[in-house]
Design a binder for this molecule. Sequence first.
Ligand code: AP5
Length: 216
Amino acid sequence: MNLIMLGAPGAGKGTIAASLQEILNIPHISTGDIFRECIKSGTELGKLADSYISKGCLVPDDVTIQIVEDRLSQEDCSNGFILDGFPRTIKQALGLDNYLKRVGKKITRVVNIVVSEEELVGRLTNRRICKDCKASFNLRILPEGTTVCPHCGGELIQRDDDNEEVIKKRFCTYHEETEPLVEYYLKRRKLAKVRSEHTIEDTFENVLCALKLKGI
Ligand code: AP5
């Protein structure tokens, strides 16, 4: 399966992609995670990405398309992949289509996770990431006073771009540049819309139903 996870910041793309990766045994590729790793390592790409991410803007298309092409050409993607946070512009979608055509592949399905903006703000401001295993948690779901990762005991930290000012800008960027992709994939009959107002488990069940994977 070649999947795309679409949705506004905080919709749950990464959370659902991580669970899908486990049951489908195909890699979860998050462009946000790739950029954050580069920032942490202090590479030139990291410095460039940080100058956009810290303002809630998108990293330029040409750079991002090349990174994804390089990643998709790796051996572990031969049986499928889950793209999380890419494409994010029409130009990126066209770039992806071109690449897939060149290598004789197609997108199987695009899962569009839909959540109210009020809930999205709550999820983003309450998100904490484990510094060690990178698992993501919603503070509102964890027992009160939790400060370490329930999986590995690592320190829980907040992403730099999960502050209210940058979140507002990320939503604007999403509406202007990414939302047109809903129409793009709808026209190509690839879109599966999944509402995610309820629990992570319920959302995952709904995604499995939308992908006709329930019971595997
Ligand atoms: P990226 O890391 O992709 O950020 P994003 O799109 O803003 O998405 P998030 O990671 O914030 O949210 P998510 O939908 O994955 O939600 P999650 O599962 O974590 O990108 C960061 C930046 O990098 C961008 O702003 C841009 O600058 C740059 N970038 C990345 N890709 C790019 C591209 N293609 N082109 C150009 N620039 C690019 O869930 C959020 C929280 O909610 C978690 O705490 C989770 O536990 C919780 N949660 C999830 N589901 C539920 C639920 N059902 N109920 C309760 N809590 C839930």
